[in-house]
Design a protein around this ligand. Structure first.
Ligand SMILES: [Mn+2]
Length: 345
């Protein structure tokens, strides 16, 4: 297991100089952010990122994420064009020594929360999800607005996307994922890259948009599409635990055994009986997830991949990108490594 940390590149207010001071931190997880979704990531841009990371004596092996163009998820007419771009990006990433590429297949939004600054009793705040705060969608003319949404789309674009997704149910989305994987996995193999799909976050449908990477049944179906090791997953504890029916330990155990887990996200959430949840400190007693059990499973299966603290709270008065402050994620990283060290004594 190697400890990694997500970095949003030179635009990130958190610098590599900060991150490298986190004890036992070995890897930077990043992406190219200035290329429009679906366009090929230029080799020079990736090399620039690689050089910046390696200059600080950190490894650069995991990309999170290469976004999948909506046309691919929609199964639109130009999907082959966007898929071939994705293949080219994989080729360029392979040339820079990238081993794992995280991606997701969530329509329109890659995560959904109703509050970006849920107040905890200790004065910290974090992302949260509440059914009561989820606006109702009665028609496509009155799309709701949720925190974070306006960052990615113009209102008209959003309407158009929602309209087109009315034609895409879960079955159709599975077909489109399968089509994508059948073309992408061979390209990944050639580039020496393992693909690692992130689960839907949260793992259930919202606003009528289909969501498919949600539970054990879904993973079985995903692995059936292509059994090769390159068709793997990012196991995100916090995403999957937001569905109380998911036995995340049993799931993790079996996917590790299959050699399908290439990247780990350690996130804790407090899940409530009504399905609401808030993100918490990483320590087990702060949320619904037993982090020791998670790390024990990584040890049991001799997991050699990257694990990163996923979303953290905002603490010590820090402000910035929701879920991606420095301090709480640094605490999370140290906590995770502490468990690992203890288990390996
Ligand atoms: Mn995650």
């Amino acid at each position: 297991m190697e400890l990694g940390f997500r970095w949003y590149g030179t635009e990130d207010s958190i610098t590599l100089n900060h991150i490298r001071q986190i004890p036992n931190l070995k890897q930077i997880v990043s992406a190219i952010y200035n290329v429009p979704v679906g366009e090929i990531w230029p080799l020079e841009e990736i090399q620039r990122l690689e050089t910046a990371v390696k200059k600080k004596s950190l490894a650069f092996e995991v990309i999170e994420s290469v976004p999948v163009h909506e046309e691919i998820k929609l199964g639109g007419q130009k999907k082959d064009y966007w898929i071939s771009n994705f293949q080219e990006t994989l080729k360029n990433l392979g040339k820079c020594g990238i081993k794992t590429v995280c991606y997701n297949f969530m329509p329109v939004f890659d995560w959904t929360r109703t509050n970006l600054s849920f107040q905890h009793q200790d004065g910290s705040n974090s992302l949260s999800f509440s059914w009561e705060q989820l606006p109702e969608v009665n028609s496509l003319d009155s799309l709701p607005s949720l925190p974070g949404w306006d960052l990615s789309y113009q209102q008209e674009e959003l309407h158009e996307l929602f309209r087109r997704y009315q034609e895409v149910d879960e079955e159709k989305l599975w077909e489109n994922l399968s089509y994508f994987l059948k073309k992408i996995i061979p390209a990944a193999k050639e580039a020496g890259i393992k693909m690692a799909i992130h689960p839907d976050d949260p793992p259930f449908s919202i606003f009528g948009l289909p969501r498919i990477i949600t539970d054990d049944k879904a993973y079985k179906r995903l692995f059936d599409i292509d059994s090769s090791v390159e068709n793997g997953i990012t196991f995100c504890t916090g995403s999957l635990a937001a569905n109380s029916k998911n036995d995340i330990y049993k799931m993790l155990d079996s996917y590790l055994k299959l050699g399908k887990v290439h990247f780990m996200h350690a996130r804790n959430i407090q899940l409530h009986e009504n399905g609401d949840f808030e993100e918490t400190a990483h320590a087990s007693n702060y949320g619904s997830i037993d982090m020791v059990r998670v790390i024990e499973l990584l040890k049991k299966h001799q997991f050699t991949g990257c694990i990163r603290p996923d979303h953290g709270r905002m603490i010590f008065g820090e402000t910035g990108r929701p879920g991606y402050g420095l301090y709480d994620r640094a605490l999370g990283a140290s906590y995770i490594y502490g468990i690992w060290e203890t288990l390996n004594k």
